[in-house]
Design a protein around this ligand. Sequence first.
Ligand code: UD1
Ligand code: UDP
Length: 352
Amino acid sequence: MRTIATIVGARPQFIKCAPVSQEIRKSFREILIHTGQHYDRNMSQSFFDELRIPEPDYNLGIGSGNHGLQTGLMLTEIEKVLLATQPDLVVVYGDTNSTMAGALAAAKLHIPVAHVEAGLRSFNRKMPEEINRIVTDTVSDYLFVPTPTGVAHLTAEGITGGVHLVGDVMYDSFLFNLKHSDTETVLRNFDLRSKEFILATIHRPQNTDDPDLLSKLIRTFESLSELILLPIHPRTRNLMRKFGITPQSQNLRLVDPVSYREMIALEKNAKIIITDSGGVQKESYFAGVPCIVLRGETEWVELVEHGWAILLGDRFEELPQAITSFGNYRPGSENLYGDGHASRKIAEILGF
Ligand code: UD1
Ligand code: UDP
């Protein structure tokens, strides 16, 4: 039996690998490597428990740090595991430092690399994720692309071999877990009523790292007339603490990061979603809820093209107007991210 090493490290990667690992394990031996990029219980272990992802065979415990340090430590430690285990293939997900380190370590050892969520581009090289995407795609042998736009980006860069348009594995996860998500209980636990609250998430450095901008964003949230639930990413929580930003309004409710099934129940019942997250943008569409994106550009361009999302950038002062004018918008239901069977297709292609 051939061996696949799966490398994950950050929250969205646990959600992406859950359905793929399940399919992979039908035909391959899987070694699961967790870099330890995310380590708080509610950013890591709780996803393994809830989504029944097998315990990692290796947890490298890398933790947080500047890009060079974090990526360098990952490279060193991943290489040791790959040398010891000699897998036939390495699978990486998305666009984090764990993704790029995993792909580079494998490529240097001449181990074939499969990149799930290949081909995405924001064309903003100030985003660390954009560098990670370009490097990872360049060294990958299998490029599993969620959207036709992603295929076009790869073609434009001269990458045509090993490219497979399979749809989005996050859609697989969403469909499966929504069935297991107890919406009533989630709403009761958070004391919320369906369609009477806004769900928000913030964690991109361009929104969190400048004290004035972060403070302006939190003040804008506080000034809105709607109730906002903000499950707070540890990056944002730590920086708010560092900058001395303490929300006062009853209308802005900060809570610890929630579990995935809680999150998708909240998304489904939100009136509108405000986010700078890549995954949450798409899930807004899966949930049929309009999304205001606090970024100047997005890799998920089809959401904007089809009217599911608008890009507000850091023009936070326009939020009240955007909520009023966009909040009631109900676009059509195009099938933008595949048919919910991306994971099975990936395992089948790897099996040939
Ligand atoms: C990382 C990814 C980003 C992804 C996001 C998903 C990179 C460069 N960035 O961003 O693409 O969208 O994960 O959530 O790979 N921290 C904790 N506990 C944790 C994890 C992080 O307190 O369990 C805090 C630390 O202060 C850390 C900061 O969050 O310095 C940032 O963590 P890091 O993993 O470096 O980047 P993210 O912002 O989480
Ligand atoms: N998510 C979650 N709990 C939270 C916030 C987000 O389970 O409190 C999930 C969300 O549903 C999505 C994923 O985490 O599936 C997105 O991860 P994140 O926003 O951290 O990263 P990005 O997608 O921007 O890389």
